[in-house]
Design a protein around this ligand. Structure first.
Ligand code: CA
Length: 242
């Protein structure tokens, strides 16, 4: 499912947007603090970003420039939301790297149409940036789909992000701390055991259609690679729900 990120400090507007986007079948995440925005974009890799121009801590224009300066996220379509309707502001918004520009108060049907149009633009991602693969595992960052061979896997957003981290650098061992920070976020407290729980679920989904490529490094973390399959923890230990 495609993920839309709404970066907006006014709760009434982000609620209105979330409601309508979800109705259109999108997964939605809202960010109200502009200072977290870029790290949240890096962590969640949305398909489209709705970005408010006027945020208290940092302007939408600054956030837009930051996103455009980062190779991993620079191609994500950004629609700027603003109360400013002056031609000059519009030019400033677009020259900061926004793909589209909607003036408040906006019409919901029009905004939804813009979201869809910009989402279709996402294939402008170069193929090598859009698809990550390891052996027979394929991860489509834009469509947010995971395949093993010809089989589609149904991963939760957390498992998708975990797999994305691992598959980006096969063979590299990621510690639980690093995975927690980049998959769950900086300001959220979760026990490192949570990582193990989600890795176990990810394994379960992946291993339905092939050998286990996730390697557990004792007391250290996880990697994806071809290894001798002797993971004693790919068992059926009780899984706690999120
Ligand atoms: Ca605002």
């Amino acid at each position: 499912m495609s993920l839309v990120m709404v970066i907006e400090d006014e709760e009434a507007i982000s609620l209105l947007l979330s409601y309508n986007l979800e109705k259109e079948g999108f997964e939605v995440v809202t960010v109200s603090n502009g200072l977290n925005a870029v790290s949240e974009v890096e962590r969640l890799m949305p398909s489209v970003i709705l970005l408010d121009w006027m945020l208290p801590e940092i302007s939408g224009v600054e956030i837009c420039k930051l996103i455009r300066s980062k190779p991993d996220i620079k191609n994500i379509p950004i629609i700027m939301l603003t109360a400013k309707s002056q031609e000059e502001d519009k030019i400033k918004g677009l020259s900061s790297g926004a793909d589209d520009y909607v003036t408040k108060p906006f019409s919901i049907p029009e905004l939804m149409a813009r979201v869809k149009t910009n989402m279709r633009r996402a294939p402008l991602f170069e193929e090598k940036e859009k698809i990550l693969t390891f052996k027979d595992i394929t991860l489509d960052l834009v469509e947010r789909k995971v395949k093993r061979g010809e089989n589609y896997l149904h991963l939760s957003p957390t498992e998708f992000r975990l797999l994305r981290m691992l598959i980006k650098e096969p063979g590299k061992v990621f510690s639980r701390e690093v995975l927690l920070k980049s998959v769950w976020g900086e300001n959220i407290y979760v026990e490192s055991r949570t990582v193990d729980v989600h890795i176990r679920r990810l394994r379960k989904s992946l291993n339905k259609y092939g050998p286990d490529y996730i390697r557990t490094v004792r007391a250290n973390g996880y990697a994806i690679d071809e290894h001798m399959q002797n993971n004693s923890d790919s068992d059926n230990e009780e899984i706690t729900e999120e």
